[in-house]
Design a protein around this ligand. Sequence first.
Ligand SMILES: Cc1ncc(COP(=O)(O)O)c(C=O)c1O
Length: 373
Amino acid sequence: MAEVKVPFYGHVKQYLNHKEDFDKAIHDVLMSGVYTLGPQGKALEAELSEYMGMKHSIGLNSGTDALWFVMLALGLKAGDEIITTSNTFFATAEAAWLIGVTPVFVEIDPKTRNIDVTKIEEKITPKTKMLVPVHLYGQPADMPAIAKIAKKHKLYVIEDSAQAFGAAGDGWKLGDYSDAVCTSFITAKNLGCWGDGGAVFTNRDDIVEPILRMRNHGSVERSKHRPGWNSRLDEIHAAVLRVKLRHIDEYNDARIARANDYDEFLAGVKNVTLPYRTPGYRHIFHLYVVEGEKRDSLQEFLKERGIIALTNYPIAIHEQEGFPFGLGDPKPVLPLTEKHSASVLSLPIYPELTRADAKFVADAVMEWDKLQG
Ligand SMILES: Cc1ncc(COP(=O)(O)O)c(C=O)c1O
């Protein structure tokens, strides 16, 4: 394999860029003697609430737990249905599946690749309890339209914002049109710790205690328990996230700048299409995803030049072998989603990627493009 010249992630560079701050934050936690549910987690939650402009933030172990706990807190139970997209990371549906709730998949919008809001209503049944839009690749779904449908049919809405921390709509922000926003802090995310983490943001007072109970063995008072779970965001990760939160807008701006560079350098490319941006939205480019029928050939070509490009997501959820189709029979028919998953390729994008790196990647894509004729 060729020497890697442009990796897919910039984690180590990000660490080195703020090394003193990260080292101090981690060292201070180690010296404090408190490693879970301590002052760092509390301070992070307050800072996250301020950033999000929302009343409550609850730090957890993962984005999957965030989705799962909100569904539980809003009373979803086995036999209910949620409506979501199959063009997402598996966890969006997995959270529902964990409590016996059936994820019902709606086709994607041909431009944004997010849930097609015009096709939601035809999937609503008496069992539908919740809409779960995903802000895929960092671009918000059409929340005002989704909220309108939810209001009409009396459904909950929760946003899977794992890929969209810091994104916004045109004149609205995440959380304005939903019961809760769920995010992931796994390292690769725009706001990621050095391991696993996640959070729920909500303006609803009534779901806070159930979520707090789920994260700490059903306990909100020492030694008193109900059945719950263990999903504590630990203090080291909270301290790391506090450092990164100070830079999140700058990180996202750098991603947007690199996406603009790719658009510029790839203008005129014939064998892939470039990502669409909803006018007025702040798409924060968690991923820069191009699409083309010869995706595998491009991925291989880039690899030979030391450029790592990955596929997000090459198998849509409804096509996963492990998916319990018994819950969702008949198998959904989602031709656009299937075509999309067969043609996606994510070019490297992260705050530490330089314009020169983007040029190097784009030049290779253009070279491949010419060879295709
Ligand atoms: C869209 C989406 N939803 C949910 C998750 C689950 O988050 P986690 O891996 O922190 O459980 C992820 C990321 O992993 C994701 O990208």
